[in-house]
Design a protein around this ligand. Sequence first.
Ligand SMILES: [Zn+2]
Length: 415
Amino acid sequence: MVKKRVDVLVLNSNETITLDSPENENGLGIVDHGGVAIKQGKIVLAASTDLLERKYRAGRTIDVENEIILPGFVDPHTHLIFAGAREAEFQPRIEGVSYMEILRKGGGIIETVNRTRQASPESLFQFGQQRLDTCLESGSTTVEIKSGYGLREDDELKILRTVQRLREYHPCNIVPTFMGAHAVPPGETSSEFVLSIVNEMLPRVAQAGLAEFCDVFCEQGVFDSVESKMILRKAAKLGLKLKIHADQFTDSGGAEIANRLRANSADHLVHSPPKQLEKMVETKVIPVVLPSSSLSLLSGENADARSMLTLGLPVALGTDFSPSNWMLGQLTVAALASRELRMKASEIIRGITINAARALGLEKRVGSFHVGKDADLVTLRVPNHKWIGYTYGERVVDNVLIAGKRVVRDGKRIP
Ligand SMILES: [Zn+2]
């Protein structure tokens, strides 16, 4: 048989997790001793090493003996662009002062807003690059980034332009979200601020093509359900897709809004009523669960991921990286999902790959090794997939490829 030429062959894994199992939607599609053939940045075939070696010859071969291969992780929820950190505020939080109490006293998000408004675009770009490099080294190849630390037009646009520049210069796939409705700026009422979002910021953002999604922090004392709906309806009219921070601290109607407006995803869902979760089966809203965020709040309250899985919902997992939850690794989220949410390895793997891709509307491009998808993959130094959620993830990532190009080797970003 004449061997066909491909660009890259990744071979000799213990397991190749394809997430492409037509006969069983919830199956992982595991190929033992498998690998992946890549041409022009796309998946040609994921199959056994034997078959790949018989069918293809490649310009480059990557041997991943004693490792497993997975689609690159997708992080569907981050607040990645901001200046400063809030380690000082974390100390009183450890002593029991609540997050919302700190926010009411002008700390929390507002402190980060002040720092971010003062920051130059160049410094924000540098922070972004460093943090995205950490994402890559942690196995994430697609990352959603929200604005929301500007809270006025010029500063929100400064953040979204930084995200735009990162999309051009950083290999990570980046999905930009406008989240002007992240907090009410000091000195304004929420109704004034909502009007400025609806009448000024959203049209500017949409016209400049700086965001694919619009997100709102729907919560008691932040934006109520009427305000949240007003913002999201306007965003939909302008062609943006919808996300919502739903029911994180209280049942604030967030999940209901997501269902009613057919949002792509509803995120957090810690206090959502079971009826609204059931409804997601029919509305196809993707539940995004953020266990590290719950842990950082020190509240001990988590979303009921088990009930969502019992309903058959495609539960996605994200980091919710922000100054109040400083973590970027989806393998660490996996470790928390098993312990705090009782999710099994197979459920977690879908949560950080194909289901997270669904939360971003990218399921046709990334999240599995379906033929023709982008060749984004990660190889892990573990014997089998049950280590996902079992290990906390330190020094587990070996290689990361994006569109067939190696961007991480031996766990380190290749400059
Ligand atoms: Zn968030």
